[in-house]
Design a protein around this ligand. Structure first.
Ligand SMILES: C[S@@+](CC[C@H](N)C(=O)[O-])C[C@H]1O[C@@H](n2cnc3c(N)ncnc32)[C@H](O)[C@@H]1O
Length: 231
């Protein structure tokens, strides 16, 4: 069983996702109590992909997060550094151009994409700021970024319940449904250690993004951050 620790060594993170790849999407649906589908719909609205636009879905895993963009007629490139996740994605969606790549050294030229997006991936990247700069580099001037990530519930009493839910319920539920429960102990830890909404917005600005803003989903369990590369 592979489990990354909070220093997020890239080889440990990749190998942890290799191990959970087969059951990743099922476990996601169970653990999010079906909310994952709602969050994906909101990401699709925020990205607002149009036919023939080029969209990068970074840390795409099995490419489930890429499907809503492909369905609009946009050209979506799912990119990830876990070969295990990419193989499961390629088996399920052979028509998608799944691409191996590291978020901190993307295999794309400058100013390539109309929009770049990353769902539940940025938290796992060891060098957050360098990934945000890479996303900026490969976006065309005038292009946009949308980041979907776990965040901080805004209502304090709910935040406490949520933290308790995470701390207490997640590991046993994961033990019942996941082939690698330790990965979900890492999930709980990494969510707790992740910057809150204003702090992530500040990191986006620091990486060069303009018009940075965010919207909370499910009371702040998830936040959608967005920004624009000024032309
Ligand atoms: C929780 S999964 C998210 C998958 C997909 N975006 C989704 O919404 O279902 C996180 C993914 O981030 C990928 N990842 C983590 N660090 C990465 C990095 N430095 N470069 C590329 N992918 C990375 C992992 O391999 C994993 O597939």
């Amino acid at each position: 069983m592979t489990r990354a620790s909070l220093d997020k060594q890239p080889h440990e993170v990749a190998s942890m996702f290799d191990d959970v790849a087969d059951r990743y999407d099922l476990t996601n649906d169970v653990l999010s109590l079906g909310q994952a589908r709602l969050w994906r719909r909101e990401v699709a609205k925020a990205v607002d992909a149009r036919p023939a636009q080029k969209i990068l879905d970074l840390a795409a895993g099995t490419a489930t997060s890429s499907l809503p963009f492909a369905q609009t007629g946009a050209y979506v490139v799912p990119c990830d550094f876990s070969l295990g996740m990419l193989q499961v994605g390629k088996r399920r969606h052979p028509w998608l151009p799944l691409t191996a790549g590291d978020a901190t050294k993307l295999p794309f030229q400058d100013d390539t994409f109309d929009a770049v997006t990353i769902s539940f991936g940025l938290r796992n990247v060891q060098a957050t700021e360098s990934a945000l700069r890479e996303l900026y580099r490969v976006t065309r001037p005038g292009g946009r970024v949308v980041i979907c990530e776990f965040s901080q519930p805004t209502w304090a009493p709910f935040r406490t319940v949520y933290t308790e839910y995470l701390m207490r319920a997640l590991p046993p539920v994961a033990r019942a449904v996941s082939s690698n429960p330790e990965a979900y102990v890492y999930l709980a830890e990494s969510i707790r250690a992740w910057p809150d909404q204003p702090a992530l917005a500040a990191l986006l600005q620091k990486a060069g993004w303009s018009k940075v803003a965010w919207r909370n989903l499910s009371g702040g369990i998830v936040a959608l951050h967005r920004g624009v590369k000024q032309g």
